[in-house]
Design a protein. Structure first.
Length: 342
């Protein structure tokens, strides 16, 4: 007589000792595989006398099902254990613990705007030049039509060095050098750091950035000035910008203008920034004064040109929604990297 209970008991004891899925597979083969113990029992069916066949069949089937079920349960147990183990091995993170935050640096807003403007002018055929930060008094003033003792000098409160040179008060100081270097025709821009002895407030700093541009050729007119400025500003702000000119006085241009742009915040409709007017004063410019051309070695009867001096600090502030100019030189990474990129 075959003792089914004994076989089951042995199988279950064996199963209890199994600790890996590999051993479980071996166990499956041992009992239910092709030559497994239960499979072999089933093969005996043929030899069992007819009257015992029914009971034998029931018993073998029962054995097979119970062992199958036990294997399945064990499999489930392993799967759950695997998940539980991985949870137990994961280090819990306390999201409330203050972090040791390292502030990432970024390009300075002035640098970003400068690169943007330079690339636009490069694409329009302009050369990029460097200006000196320490300049001769001649280049900073006389060469741009501001003679000694001229009242126009009062417009710029200047830092003089002991040797008589100055910290350049505007990028226009490079005009003369550039005209002498290239002669006419020329198309150049020259960004740079400028210095003035200013009373500091939210919009005045002793150190600020400008970008100057000059185009000199035959038959250059105010239309060329308007075209290039509109094109550049439209690209900087990423939307159509309208420009308008109002008369303005600068000794180095004749006629001189203040260039206004349609307010990029409200598209000219009127808002707090443009004080409801729809326009913002952005950049002085004009047709280069014949005296300035002459001093640069260019014949004003043959050539004309336009020039502009764009306040870069101002442009960066407008582009990045910075309301306080002193932040630009502050080195305050938190504030500077918060500048909202448009
Ligand atoms: N250099 C002037 C300043 O800083 C700005 C300026 C005005 C530059 C008119 C120009 C110009 O080229 O045409 O105040």
């Amino acid at each position: 007589m075959i003792d089914f209970d004994k076989i089951l008991k042995e199988a279950q004891e064996e199963l209890n000792n199994i600790t890996s899925i590999i051993d479980l597979n071996t166990f499956f083969q041992t009992y239910l595989g092709k030559a497994g113990k239960v499979t072999e029992l089933m093969k005996l069916m043929k030899e069992i006398p007819n009257e015992e066949k029914k009971n034998f069949g029931l018993a073998v089937n029962n054995l097979k099902q119970t062992i199958s079920q036990n294997i399945e349960d064990k499999e489930k147990f392993f799967a759950e254990k695997k998940i539980q183990d991985s949870i137990n091995n994961t280090k819990l993170i306390d999201l409330t613990v203050p972090t040791n935050k390292k502030i990432k640096g970024s390009l300075h807003p002035i640098t970003i705007v400068q690169e943007k403007v330079i690339n636009i002018f490069l694409s329009m055929g302009f050369t990029v030049e460097d200006g000196n930060e320490i300049e001769t008094e001649y280049n900073n003033f006389e060469a741009v039509n501001v003679p000694k003792n001229h009242p126009a000098r009062d417009m710029q409160d200047t830092f003089y060095l002991d040797n008589g040179q100055v910290l350049k008060t505007h990028t226009s100081a490079a005009q003369n050098r550039i005209m002498k270097k290239y002669g006419a025709p020329l198309k150049a821009i020259f960004p740079g750091r400028c210095f003035r002895n200013e009373e500091l407030d939210a919009s005045h700093e002793n150190t600020f950035f400008q970008i100057e541009g000059m185009m000199i050729d035959k038959n250059v007119s105010i239309s060329n000035l308007i075209y290039f400025m509109k094109e550049m500003l439209t690209q900087v702000f990423g939307k159509e910008i309208q420009v308008r000119l109002r008369p303005g006085f600068f000794p180095f241009v004749e006629p001189g203008f203040e260039l206004d742009i349609s307010c990029p915040y409200c598209n000219g409709k009127g808002c707090r920034v443009c004080k409801q007017g729809g326009w913002i004063e952005l950049c002085p410019c004009g047709m280069i004064h014949p005296n300035v051309l002459k001093m640069g070695g260019i014949n004003p009867d043959e050539y004309q040109g336009f020039a502009f001096g764009l306040g870069f600090s101002r442009l960066a502030m407008m582009n990045y929604d910075i309301t306080e100019i002193r932040l630009l030189n502050s080195g305050n990474i938190t504030a500077l990297s918060q500048a909202k990129i448009k």
